[in-house]
Design a protein around this ligand. Structure first.
Ligand code: GCU
Length: 345
């Protein structure tokens, strides 16, 4: 072969190889830049602050769903109650205005009566008892009840135990409760519980509690350490009585309207991500609750413990509430009791 034509061939081979490399690089770049346009963009309502365990759980849920649907489903977590109070959010979800939320089951209990069973005062001996119940058959069955009301229960979140707090004086005895105006959640059972203790229950949405305490519209309120500290209620109600009168589980829910848009495969992904996020939230909860308590105590909060004798009196005062629910839900209540340590002995 002549030297000239060999040079030409080499030149062509080099040009072709360069063009091929360029094409591959270009293809890879375009792939990398490709933005997946989501098929669905959903809203998720949360009434806590952005760094609160339940909000972080919601964020984890959204992230997992986006990853596992390759960006087809995007969930935007709106915290700090910007989409409304929990009661308003639930109503909007029933009409299809909001897609997902994390709510306290207290807010569902007025129209889903079964929810009252899981939030009876002094029902669980401790956190482990509550989780045995929620992780078992009862928990699974109760996640199904909202379906009749246009909502799909996805998973259980932790909210610890709730305690009493007061701005005027420490609560040490049942006697101290008499006539106190105490804020409760917007739920019939919460009012019944407070009235049964001799106080006057005042239903106020969560985001208005600080102002109500500051203006002395109420003398006190009740909540877990995390909410008490995060919402800075300790600034206006410095006497915190650890009576653990109630554990109210929280639920991640999806609007039935939204659920119906999804394929079976996507529903499966959503359920699996909700449950994974719930485990994450539970982990965060324990640490957050402890830090919240420490921070409140650093801010001159007086922590009070009920004596065993007084605690018994508080518990005994709940008898009429149990009687009311026993008739209809006696079997479930017995089953829950049997899963406690005492019941299993
Ligand atoms: C807890 C719960 C909230 C609820 C609040 C309340 O903080 O996590 O979802 O709104 O109690 O007392 O209203």
């Amino acid at each position: 072969m002549e030297a000239g034509s060999r040079d030409k061939r080499v030149k062509w081979i080099v040009i072709c190889a360069a063009a091929l490399i360029l094409a591959v690089v270009l293809f890879l770049c375009l792939q990398g830049d490709k933005v997946t346009v989501p098929e669905y963009v959903f809203t998720y309502a949360e009434n806590q602050t952005p760094d609160y365990p339940t909000t972080l759980g919601g964020q984890r849920f959204a992230q997992l769903v986006e990853e596992r649907t390759q960006g087809r489903i995007r969930i935007q977590v709106q915290s700090q109650g910007v989409l409304g109070s929990e009661t308003e959010v639930i109503k909007q979800m029933q009409y299809g205005g909001i897609d997902f939320a994390r709510v306290s089951i207290a807010q569902m209990s007025d129209f889903i009566p079964e929810m009252n069973v899981l939030q009876l005062p002094y029902l669980y001996e401790d956190s482990a008892h509550m989780w045995r119940v929620l992780d078992g058959e009862i928990g699974e069955r109760f996640l199904g009840y909202p379906q009749e009301y246009g909502l799909v229960g996805l998973s259980w979140y932790d909210a610890g135990a709730r305690n009493l707090y007061c701005s005027t004086s420490p609560i040490r005895t049942l006697e101290d409760m008499q006539g106190l105006r105490i804020r409760v959640q917007e739920a019939e059972m919460m009012s019944q519980m407070m009235n049964a203790l001799g106080a006057v229950a005042v239903q106020i949405p969560y985001d208005q509690v600080y102002a109500a305490l500051e203006r002395r519209q109420v003398d006190g309120a009740e909540n877990n350490w995390s909410s008490y500290e995060t919402m800075q209620h300790y600034e206006v109600a410095g006497y915190y009585t650890v009576d653990e009168h109630i554990r109210i589980p929280e639920m991640q829910i999806c609007a039935q309207h939204t659920w119906e848009l999804l394929s079976d495969k996507d529903r499966e992904i959503i359920l699996e991500c909700a449950r994974e996020s719930a485990l994450y939230e539970r982990e965060l909860w324990t640490a957050h609750e402890m830090e919240a308590r420490e921070n409140a105590l650093r801010n001159q909060v007086q922590e009070i413990y009920l004596s065993a004798e007084e605690k018994e009196k508080f518990q005994a005062a709940m008898e009429p509430i149990y009687q009311q629910y026993y008739e209809e839900f006696g079997k479930d209540i017995e089953e829950i009791f049997s899963q406690g340590k005492k019941g299993r002995e």
